[in-house]
Write a protein that binds this ligand. Structure first.
Ligand code: FPP
Length: 243
């Protein structure tokens, strides 16, 4: 972790930031636009925030793009979100790759159309050697689903109960080998986890802001990092032990 002086007070730069990009629908409704216009604006905003994370030398950024529960939305919204991810990969992959972004997929591909599955796996493969920023795209992701899949694999790998440790479970999750998120941001004034990184968030700091995702700009991100800098992370210990 490092500290950064900017026009804002001191920011502390975490290793791993995760974001629940909420409020696209309300942003659109406030403008009398269809919900998909909000998701489109959210996608544009995502591009800016990724760039700022690279500038700030954040090493891991995890974004919640589509949950296992989002299939229950109206079919035109679901297909619109799929198309947005596909367009984003078509338009942005080259520049993400050039900027050293490594794309990882958190989630599974059941139910996702073959062409999109192919594009996701090409993006993951193309960028696998990059290291400036790991961009975890939680797509068709649910924290409980992730744990169920991990338990099933642990059983099918024939591991004994004595071998099951916290470290082993972490290594069976999509985020295996990565640090847990230090800071999780949720936009739009909602105070819920919504099945996001349920295991990994055990000791994350949470930052909630009323800003709707398309309005969550670089300045808002800086404010979240200032907030992060103000937190004392005790991980179950007491202040005197932290030093
Ligand atoms: C929550 O807002 C947002 C989502 C379910 C999707 C997030 C997706 C993006 C920001 C676009 C980038 C995505 C991809 C696929 C690259 P909401 O729709 O729940 O908003 P509301 O609570 O105001 O209705």
């Amino acid at each position: 972790m490092s500290t950064r002086q900017s026009s804002d007070p001191i920011m502390v730069i975490p290793q791993h930031v995760a974001i629940i990009m909420d409020g696209n629908g309300r942003w659109a409704e406030q403008r009398g636009l269809p919900r998909l216009a909000g998701h489109r604006a959210g996608t544009e905003n995502l591009r800016k925030i990724i760039e700022e994370c690279i500038n700030l030398e954040i090493k891991y950024l995890t974004i919640y793009a589509f949950s296992t529960e989002n299939w229950q939305r109206p079919p035109e919204e679901v297909s619109g979100l799929m198309a947005l991810l596909e367009n984003m990969l078509d338009r942005e992959l080259k520049s993400l790759h050039k900027n050293g972004v490594r794309i990882r997929h958190l989630g599974h591909c059941a139910g996702v159309n073959k062409r999109l599955v192919q594009k996701i796996s090409e993006a993951v493969e193309l960028t696998s050697g990059n290291s400036s920023l790991v961009l975890n795209v939680a797509f068709n992701y649910g924290g409980r689903d992730e744990m169920v899949r991990a338990v099933k694999r642990i059983i099918s790998d024939g591991l004994s109960s004595a071998e099951v440790t916290e470290e082993l479970i972490s290594n069976y999750l999509y985020t295996a080998g990565q640090p847990d998120p230090d800071l999780i941001i949720r936009t739009s004034g909602e105070y819920r986890i919504s099945n996001f990184l349920v295991w990994q968030s055990a000791y994350s700091e949470w930052y909630f802001t009323p800003a709707l995702w398309p309005d969550f700009n670089e300045k808002e991100l800086h404010q979240a990092l200032v907030f992060f800098g103000s937190r004392e992370r005790r991980f179950g210990q007491v202040s005197a032990q932290i030093g």
